[in-house]
Design a protein around this ligand. Structure first.
Ligand code: PLP
Length: 455
């Protein structure tokens, strides 16, 4: 098909996610035809640096020979067979690798297809775990604790433990009950607090809310260290550890949603490692297949899984499963992705690129329209503001984050903002020269977009 024809069909028939379609049709977004390393190439032959890892999932680049070969080799055996009533070689080998690489107590691997389902499954497992463990006459554990501004995916269960207000408004009536824990991040703190006093308040509220609700809490779900979709909100050191201490004390299972932060993004393979925390559930998706194929895992401890043991007639199995659970091509891609982490020493490389990022970001420290720079590992949020002193936002109609995206795209870099927070999320394997190029282009695009709007 010719580019024009593809464009017309896209505009007429493809309903894009999280997209106001009227604006999309007017915008003529690039139609990607191929990839090459850390670049995307569109139908016009233009090449763009992939600055957000294809929405946070690409790890070692596009068309990586080792990954391509692993998938081809698997394709020569079989693309997919079911895990209902049968087992498969790649799903077994991947489970073995994951159990070896994650915190010691996590020994059970349940497969699904997206980050949303990985979290949904953890929530349902936690709920069923309690109902099978506790005597029927005791109070049901039907309440979930989650963080304010959290994002755990788009299925009804994962939205229920999310804190992005626009989704809550629209789907509010469909959602189940949750307790929202204040997010310990200080830039947008309420009036009357200093940074220190607000963090003290957050730690105190965490304790108070768990003390108040612990008897009803089925689980506590958290994005460890960095709340990505909220705009890269960073928790202070010690927070995750405190959450683990309190949840252990009250016997509340902890669900670590490492869908975004896992696979090296925060500088370690898993974010939980940085605080020496072992969760009861660990959710992975996005980068697990190197950004090649949809696959997710919900890992659980022996202790959780034990509540589902029994005879056939006990009817206490976990009642959940998807048709493509443990897909063989996706598992083969995941195995090859993990292997490349070792062969390419990707974690060492991330340490280096993270330092390059820190150095480059310091150039924006005194920028009159940069309110806050948030950075951990390879996750960066640059919050643009109309006024640095008052921390006031640009008017929503200006779509400043979007203007920066368009200016960057014109100069060959793809980024996607969260409101007016510019997100940089380079792939863990991206070489430092391309990190520099990403910074050069996005920093220039920030100035260009602001000059156009303010002028
Ligand atoms: C992206 C994301 C999800 C949802 O993953 P999908 O694969 O898009 O369903 C869940 N949790 C976090 C922290 C995420 O960043």
């Amino acid at each position: 098909m010719q580019p024009d024809e593809l464009r017309n069909i896209d505009n007429d028939h493809v309903w894009h996610p999280f997209t106001q379609m009227q604006g999309h049709r007017a915008e003529n977004v690039p139609i990607i035809e191929s990839g090459d390393g850390f670049f995307l190439i569109d139908t016009e032959g233009r090449s763009y640096l992939d600055g957000v890892s294809s929405l946070w999932c690409n790890v070692h680049g596009h068309r990586v020979p080792e990954l391509d070969q692993a998938i081809r080799d698997q394709l020569d055996r079989i693309a997919h067979s079911t895990l209902l009533g049968l087992a498969s070689v790649p799903s077994i080998e991947l489970a073995d690798e994951l159990v070896k690489r994650t915190p010691a107590d996590l020994t059970k691997v349940f497969y699904s297809d997206s980050g949303s389902t990985a979290v949904e499954i953890a929530l349902k497992m936690a709920f069923q775990y309690h109902s099978q463990k506790t005597p029927v006459e005791s109070q049901p554990r039907d309440l979930f604790a989650c963080m304010q501004h959290a994002y755990h995916g788009d299925t009804i269960g994962s939205v229920s433990v999310g804190g992005i207000s626009i989704f809550h408004q629209i789907f509010g009536k469909l959602l189940f009950e949750s307790v929202q824990i204040p997010c310990p991040t200080t830039y947008h703190r309420p009036e009357g607090y200093t940074e220190e006093s607000y963090l003290e308040f957050c730690f105190a509220e965490l304790e108070r809310l768990l003390a108040e609700h612990h008897q009803r809490l089925a689980a506590f779900v958290i994005e460890p260290l960095v709340q990505g979709a909220a705009g890269m909100l960073m928790h202070p050191p010690g927070y995750l550890k405190r959450v683990r201490e309190l949840t252990s004390q009250y016997g509340i299972p902890l669900i670590a949603d490492e869908v975004a932060v896992g696979l090296g993004r925060t500088g370690t393979m898993f974010a939980c490692e940085q605080e020496g925390v072992t969760p009861d559930f660990l959710c992975l998706a996005k980068g697990i297949t190197g950004g090649y194929l949809p696959l997710a895992v919900t890992m659980a401890t022996e202790e959780i899984a034990a509540a589902f043991e029994g005879a056939h007639t006990d009817y206490n199995a976990f009642y959940h499963g998807h048709t493509y659970t443990g897909n063989s091509l996706a598992c083969a891609a995941a195995l090859a992705t993990l292997k490349l982490f070792d062969e390419n020493r990707t974690l060492d490389h991330i340490r280096e690129t993270s330092e390059v990022l820190a150095k480059r970001l310091s150039e924006l420290e005194d920028h009159p329209h940069v309110g806050e720079i948030r950075h951990k590992g390879l996750m960066v949020g640059i919050e643009l503001v109309a006024n640095r002193e008052t921390r006031s936002a640009f008017p929503a109609e200006q779509r400043m984050g979007h203007q920066v995206t368009l200016a960057a795209r014109k100069n060959g870099v793809i980024v996607r903002p969260l409101g007016d927070v510019m997100i940089l999320m380079p792939a863990p394997g991206m070489p430092t020269e391309l990190i520099e190029q990403l910074c050069d282009t996005v920093f220039a695009a920030i100035d260009e977009a602001i000059q156009m709007q303010v002028a």
